[in-house]
Design a protein around this ligand. Structure first.
Ligand SMILES: Cc1cc2nc3c(=O)[nH]c(=O)nc-3n(C[C@H](O)[C@H](O)[C@H](O)COP(=O)(O)OP(=O)(O)OC[C@H]3O[C@@H](n4cnc5c(N)ncnc54)[C@H](O)[C@@H]3O)c2cc1C
Length: 380
């Protein structure tokens, strides 16, 4: 059986990034995947995102493929305070000006450090890159609730940041560490845009489309002569390297991948309807976890709404006078939040872990794919 240099398993952003980097260097590889895009799922018209939704200006690696989407303005965002959705730009926020300035300083510093960590992560593992930055490392060890208290952010957190965290992290902020909390706040600090996945899924595989093979991988093991054997769609492939570019709940079925601290599921609903008075004419509304099953209500360019929900059938009458569910998607792993321990991306000789096991999000998943490609090219 002819043996390949590399098999990438998974055709989401991390697998496609790896394929693109290997192809650019003329390497011998194929990408096996159930489907292309993964969590970059859109509606048929490509106008509504059912998975990852926004990118920030700091997503430098993927902006060339995914940029160009609509800007998300903070003044179009509302935060449900228990009674009604309120804007960030109001007098009450000004009373917190001292804590706000302190937070913006910390967030600015975090942003610089994240840029450096991302650059380093193209050539070093994310774990090594984190070790090189004691401040970021300390953030992974500090509970977010402690950070909030230490910086006098109780009011701002309760009103704005906790609903924001709940809407994109899909769990309560006090279950995560300061690293995840500050990473999440980057959506407020940086310019933020709707992600354009149709463009990304077209551009990333351009020039190597024939190397993408549709099929579900069911087995991965090492042969007596040291090669890796991959079984997919009734076929067996042999290879020197494998890149696992898929979430834990998929990869664990055929390989002993490390389990992230939080593997968080979510339901995504596309809804057509008339919002009630409370939420009417508000582009984005974020909700607090203690009062609502849904985390976000987000008006799309099509006029429909996208709702992220922790349960399958949330009580939509709370938000609409009339409504119709157009589509519903369940993500068993929507986002991943790491704890204090970050994972090495080289799992054994020739086996690399890509995807969002350490840092969640499109940009960081992309970087893990490029890192795996760089390692493979360097090691041969
Ligand atoms: C609802 C939601 C909202 C999100 N919001 C944002 C956001 O706004 N901004 C942001 O940056 N990130 C967001 N994320 C997170 C982001 O989508 C992920 O971090 C990123 O897309 C992970 O990409 P990936 O390529 O590593 O994995 P995936 O995109 O999950 O790709 C995995 C691929 O593996 C394939 N696969 C699975 N099992 C097998 C198998 N056995 N054999 C072969 N192929 C297999 C799948 O078909 C898929 O193509 C969100 C995610 C969700 C679900």
């Amino acid at each position: 059986m002819p043996s390949l240099e590399t098999i990438i398993i998974g055709g989401g952003v991390s697998g496609l990034a790896c394929g693109r980097a290997l192809n650019a260097r003329g390497r011998d590889f194929i990408l096996l995947t159930k489907e292309v895009g993964g969590r970059m799922l859109t509606s048929r018209s490509h106008k509504v995102n059912y998975g990852a939704s926004y990118i920030t200006e700091d997503y430098e690696n993927i902006i060339p493929y995914m940029g160009g989407g609509k800007r998300i303005w903070t003044h179009h965002c509302y935060f449900h305070d228990g009674k009604r959705p309120v804007s960030f730009y109001r007098w009450r926020t000004l009373l917190e000006i001292g804590s706000l300035i302190r937070l913006y300083r910390i967030a600015g510093d975090f942003r610089k450090r994240m840029r450096r960590l991302r650059q380093n992560s193209l050539w070093h593992s994310q774990k090594e890159a984190l070790e090189a930055d004691p401040v970021l490392k300390a953030y992974t060890r500090q509970p977010a609730a402690e950070f909030v208290k230490e910086n006098g952010l109780e009011y701002l957190n309760r009103t704005y940041f906790s609903p924001l965290f709940n809407s994109t992290g899909f769990i309560e902020y006090d279950k995560c560490n300061t690293f995840a909390y500050l990473d999440n706040l980057m959506a407020l600090v940086c310019r933020t845009y709707v992600a354009d996945h149709s463009r990304c899924c077209r551009l990333l595989p351009r020039g190597w489309e024939e190397k993408i093979i549709q099929g579900r991988v069911t087995q991965l093991h090492r042969t007596a002569d040291g090669l890796l054997e991959v079984r997919a769609g009734g076929k067996i492939y042999q290879t020197e390297n494998v890149v696992l570019a898929l979430p834990y709940h998929n990869a664990r079925l055929f390989y002993n991948v490390p389990k992230p601290a939080h593997n968080i599921p979510v339901f995504v609903l596309e809804v057509d309807g008339e919002r009630n008075k409370c939420c009417r004419n508000k582009e984005v509304v974020f909700f607090r976890p203690e009062e609502h099953d849904i985390t976000i209500l987000w008006q799309q360019v099509t006029g429909t709404d996208i709702i992220f929900s922790k349960i399958r059938d949330p009580e939509l009458k709370r938000y609409y006078t009339r409504h119709r569910i157009i589509n519903r998607v369940y993500w068993k792993t929507a986002v991943v939040l790491s704890g204090t321990e970050w994972f090495e991306q080289k799992l054994e000789t020739g086996v690399y872990l890509a995807s969002d096991y350490n840092i969640c999000g499109l940009e960081d998943a992309y970087i893990t794919g490029v890192y795996a490609a760089n390692q493979i090219c360097e090691s041969s």
